[in-house]
Design a protein around this ligand. Sequence first.
Ligand code: BMA
Length: 335
Amino acid sequence: MATSSISTQRTLLGPALPNIPWQGRPAGLSDVVWRYDANPVIPRDATTTSNSIFNSAVVPFEGAFAGVFRCDDRRRIMDLHTGRSADGIHWTIDPQPIPFACDDPEIGAFQHRYDPRVCWIEDRYYVSWCNGYHGPTIGLGYTVDFKSFVQMENAFLPHNRNGVLFPRRINGKYAMYSRPSDTGHTPFGDIFYSESPDLVHWGKHRFVMGPKSWTWQSTKIGAGPTPIETTEGWLLFYHGVLTSCNGFVYSFGAALLDLDQPWKVIHRTAPYLMSPQRLYECVGDVPNVVFPCAALTDADTGRIAIYYGAADTVTGLAFGYVDEILDFLKSNSDV
Ligand code: BMA
């Protein structure tokens, strides 16, 4: 991994990523998170079979970028596909779904897979996703090369969604946020924390946070990208849902959580960081959705690039600086 020669205090504790996709804040805008001006970066028809490509996860890989993408095909089957990019902006998505290898056909039998997250832990890229197994639950697998993938045991009983691994062990244990749910378009939802010695057996379940009445996050919330380690705590982007007279509205905000006890919330944004406002976020298969599932970070510059699904149809990119987001969190906090 590249190391920094810059002597200023770094807030991000991860590695440098000099080639992080980036575009500066538009003149005249004061928001701490802003959109890429050529959004969406991935159109709905980036493969010949896709109806939509959204809620997807990308990571740095071999000097470029790789990812796992939610592609709903033209039968409207939800599955996971790999993708590659030289610059994190222009993507080539494999038209074939990932053929996960799995020792146990009971677990490996495909129902559907969606909303992936990808997280490097120790020696491999772990993938978590919403896995159809008698209802939605948290599927887990791994890859080292984005060519062959192994599917592991489901982390939890159904029904659960938004399983997001931590990029390192917490007090010696693997750790995950998840969001217990129901079989359908769940009208409730709190984020919980769980630990595991082996990524198979999970316990020490702790409540993290729940919805806030009469706000953008009043119906349910769910963890987004892999938590980002900073000097001040884990920075978590998460989605929040408001039930309007016209259905759900998905926005996203951020929280800061204790490094050693990540179920303890230090700060949480009262206002959203981004809500669906652009046409491609407001119009699509499910209108009014911004749904982040991945973030790239560059420790040298404090830059963060957030990938989010828009209107359950396309994938957008947004940017921010870690220090500005932490300042915003502190001055707009409602824990
Ligand atoms: C959630 C998930 C997401 C989706 C969102 C909005 O329940 O199914 O995949 O983006 O609804 O439809």
